[in-house]
Design a protein around this ligand. Structure first.
Ligand code: MN
Ligand code: MN
Length: 295
């Protein structure tokens, strides 16, 4: 990796961390999710980055892939996961934390488990370390608290403009032998009081371009052009399209989706309807250094 690229990755990490600190400051029980997402995304822009994906605000048994719609009326409550991504010219940082907004012992225990698991995994993670060993420390930190690690959610390698670039960092010992190589990795344990796996729920407001294609009407073409230029291969949401183009934009988005050009992410729901806590950091591994860019 070039010095210039490393500099941008670290800068993105710094902004992602500041966005997390800002989110921790402003989020209060009962605050509209829409206001939270917009404030955090504005803060990222103000700090000189761009959102690498829409701020995810997922409550209780919803583990991930939930972002407010443009006219959302839901409020912050329960066990809230806040997942924030930042990029600078495609160089990404991905981090997340969880908040207990109802003063619940169960929530506190879940959050502690996810955070401890992340801490242990960050200690373990290094070049030539076997990925299943990292998974093992995550699973252990969660299971000693009599909770479950979610097995079908995992950390991931990251490349430029590519949030999930192919390598999976398991949250348990998956008995596959794969040594860590230089690169950028997000590590994200999920702890639950449920069954330890997620299923697809209803469609979210989050999309990504999955293939090229054509739409017939001129306005939809204009919206698609904007999506390709602005978000490229990174996830975006209907709220952002509404902000730019108004309600016409949402109709165009529907047409573009119907043309098979977009993938819509389903919300991810814990199978046993158990509450879920998440913690996440991004780590840069080079021959010279191990740097948690979001710490
Ligand atoms: Mn994330
Ligand atoms: Mn991630």
């Amino acid at each position: 990796m070039q010095e210039e690229e490393i500099k941008k990755l670290k800068e993105a990490g710094k902004i992602a961390k500041q966005a997390v600190n800002y989110a921790r400051e402003i989020i209060k029980p009962g605050m509209p999710l829409l206001e939270i997402a917009e404030k955090i995304e504005d803060k990222i822009l103000e700090l000189g980055g761009k959102p690498a994906f829409p701020v995810n605000l997922s409550i209780d048994e919803v583990a991930a892939h939930s972002t407010p719609s443009w006219n959302d009326t839901k409020n912050a409550r329960g066990l809230l996961k806040v997942d924030i991504g930042v990029h600078i010219e495609g160089y990404i940082a991905d981090n997340a934390f969880s908040l207990d907004l109802e003063n619940s012992e169960e929530n506190k225990k879940l959050i502690e488990a996810a955070e401890k698991a992340l801490e242990k995994a960050l200690e373990k993670l290094d070049l030539e370390v076997n990925l299943r060993e990292v998974g093992k420390v995550i699973e252990k930190a969660i299971s000693i608290r009599s909770l479950q690690a979610i097995r079908n959610l995992s950390g991931h390698s990251i490349e430029r403009y590519n949030l999930h670039s192919g390598i999976t960092l398991p949250n348990y010992d998956n008995s596959k032998n794969l040594e860590l190589k230089p690169g950028l990795y997000a590590i994200e344990p999920f702890a639950t009081s449920g069954l330890g796996s997620v299923r697809d729920g209803k469609p979210s407001e989050i999309y990504v371009v999955q293939k090229t294609g054509n739409v017939r009407d001129e306005f939809s073409r204009e919206v698609l052009k904007f999506i390709l230029e602005e978000y490229k291969t990174l996830p975006f949401c209907s709220r952002w399209i509404h902000k730019r183009f108004g309600s016409r934009g949402l109709l165009a988005l529907k047409r573009i989706e119907e043309a098979g050009i977009l993938h819509n992410y389903a919300q991810l729901i814990e199978r046993g309807v158990g509450k879920v806590a998440q913690a996440e950091h991004t780590v840069l591994l080079t021959i010279k250094e191990k740097c948690v860019t979001t710490l």
